[in-house]
Ligand binder design. Structure first.
Ligand code: CA
Length: 539
């Protein structure tokens, strides 16, 4: 069931006693452990090199864990990250790893299984959950399974999808999906080097179950990010989002839950909210919200709220409350800093929305310091920029990919730590606010429709004990024509206001007996692309 969030519903609450009673249901009844987390997506190859070979590795990543979270709630120096998604870490012939040759080992470029176990232990010690990329739609074509399959091995032939003749049809993007292998043709949705596994063969499914068990039980990860999940099983020419795919995922998660009851399965289903929501909650726990991501970038760039509000409403209407993974951009998209033409304030407003909205936020490494990069893909996966020293502090050797030149002009962690107005400090403050306020993590949301401006987004996140009013001016210029009005809300008329984020001269609204307020202007002029976060609680 969906939470009650809209103004209309909230007004109705005050009219109907019966509905008002229903509101006393604990606000977090649908919430799971991942709803309390802020995740950080890491490309191990680019995060930190420990041995001078120019390639990031687990020992390097361990040495940088304190940057993400030092495990001490009393310190404020760390970013406050509480979950990590690692891009593929298994042996692979490609730099990115999205084509695996051995599902039971670690890419030797990154270290050993022992290094990885040490990393898991160090992450857990700091309160950071770890999920890993599971690339199960296809293998690398030099995986021994495919080599045996191609050679006609009796057991492995049917582990992939073969046809004696070329079916000839194309993939969803017009790409070739049937590739010649010997005197037959095999199905590989992405490319010839990535043959699709045949999940209609129960042996393949059983093997993939065992692989999942291995990483959860023997190694100790907390869950998986499922790559290309919508393509697992084609039904003839229907290649995406088939019923067979959803049924397979449901059974897969059921199996994994028997191994580890609180396993997190977050899927990449790069599609519209209407398609994605078919999977939630029956088949996977969360999926990335690509529609919201696009609207966040656009809203931050253009300075108008309509697209973002529309995307937020679609999420609220189509998923169980909070059960979706939010993000701005990931390893497959141009970095947000490029999309907003290097405007730090626009990047800040995108980050504000990400970190105050319901859902499970994912930050792409380097996003918090405004790293840049556009296609081709290796350019949006460049080494992390720690400091101005050699190679940005990433390696003492020759980096596998050059560090961006803007490391020398302020786009690095060390410089931004010192600058209170930096993007890094903005992200850090908002992550800590989210970590410290349950209302921002799992609270209900009341969207405020009437802000007197199509540049201003305002909403209240609330639990039984606190209400947090978020006001975002998306406009690239200061704004004096606005005023926020709501007839009723969860804010108690007797509540005291605290400024959690924003100018200390902000004045409090006059709250009526229903928690409403009229034409509220926290500041007579809202600064361009600014974020205001106010807490209301009764002492
Ligand atoms: Ca290395």
């Amino acid at each position: 069931m969906h939470k009650k969030y809209s103004i209309i519903v909230l007004c109705a609450l005050f009219i109907s006693t019966f509905t008002a009673l229903a509101q006393n249901t604990p606000t977090d009844s649908h919430m799971r452990w991942w709803n309390d987390r802020v995740f950080y997506e890491i490309f191990v190859r680019s995060f930190q090199d420990s041995d001078g070979d120019g390639i990031g590795d687990f020992q390097g990543l361990i040495s940088r864990l304190d940057y993400l979270n030092d495990g001490n709630p009393d310190t404020k120096n760390d970013l406050g990250i509480t979950g990590i998604w690692l891009m593929p870490i298994m042996p692979s012939p490609t730099y990115h790893g999205y084509d695996v040759t051995d599902y039971y080992d670690i890419n030797p470029d990154y270290g050993t299984l022992a290094d990885f176990r040490q990393f898991i232990e160090e992450a857990h010690k700091r309160g950071i959950a770890v999920i890993i990329d599971m690339v199960i739609n296809h293998t690398a074509d030099d995986h021994p399974w495919f080599q045996a399959s191609k050679a006609g091995d009796e057991k492995y032939r049917s582990w992939y999808v073969w046809s004696d003749t070329n079916p000839g049809y194309q993939g969803p993007d017009g790409q070739t999906v049937w590739h010649r292998g010997g005197d037959a043709f095999y199905y590989g949705l992405f490319e010839s080097g990535m043959p699709d596994l045949n999940y209609e063969n129960e042996e393949v499914t059983a093997e993939m179950y065992e692989i999942g068990r291995f990483w959860l039980e023997d190694v100790g990860v907390d869950g998986f990010r499922l790559d290309a999940a919508k393509f697992l099983i084609a039904e003839d020419r229907a290649q995406a989002n088939t019923r067979s795919t959803r049924q397979w995922l449901t059974a897969y998660r059921d199996y994994l839950r028997n191994i580890k009851p609180d396993v997190l399965i977050v899927a990449e289903i790069w599609d519209s909210v209407y398609q994605v929501s078919q999977y939630i909650p029956e088949s996977v726990d969360l999926a990335f919200e690509f529609d919201l991501a696009r609207s966040l970038v656009r809203g931050a760039n253009l300075g108008v709220r309509s697209g973002t509000l529309e995307a937020l409403n679609l999420m609220l209407n189509n998923y169980p409350y909070g059960q979706y993974a939010t993000f701005i951009t990931n390893h497959d998209q141009p970095r947000v800093m490029n999309e907003v033409q290097n405007n730090i304030d626009a990047a800040k407003i995108a980050g504000s929305i990400l970190l105050t909205f319901p859902g499970v936020p994912f930050i792409y490494y380097g996003e918090e310091i405004g790293m840049t990069g556009t296609k081709p893909d290796p350019n949006i996966r460049t080494p992390m920029q720690w400091e101005t020293a050699t190679n940005g502090g990433f390696t003492t050797g020759t980096p596998w990919r050059a560090v961006n030149a803007d490391v020398l002009t302020g786009v690095n962690v060390a410089a931004q730590r010192m600058d209170l107005s930096s993007l890094f400090n903005h992200y850090k403050s908002l992550i800590h606010l989210r970590n410290n306020h349950q209302a921002l993590r799992t609270g209900d949301i009341t969207l405020i429709d009437n802000t007197g401006s199509n540049n201003v987004i305002a909403f209240i996140r609330h639990t039984d004990t606190e209400a947090i009013l978020v006001i975002l001016n998306l406009r690239p210029r200061d704004l004096n024509a606005y005023g926020i009005t709501i007839e009723a809300s969860a804010i108690s008329p007797s509540a005291q206001m605290t400024v959690l984020y924003g100018d200390s001269t902000i004045t409090a609204p006059i709250i009526n007996e229903n928690g409403g307020f009229e034409n509220y202007m926290p500041l007579s002029v809202l600064p361009a692309r600014s974020t205001i976060i106010l807490k209301f609680a009764s002492e």
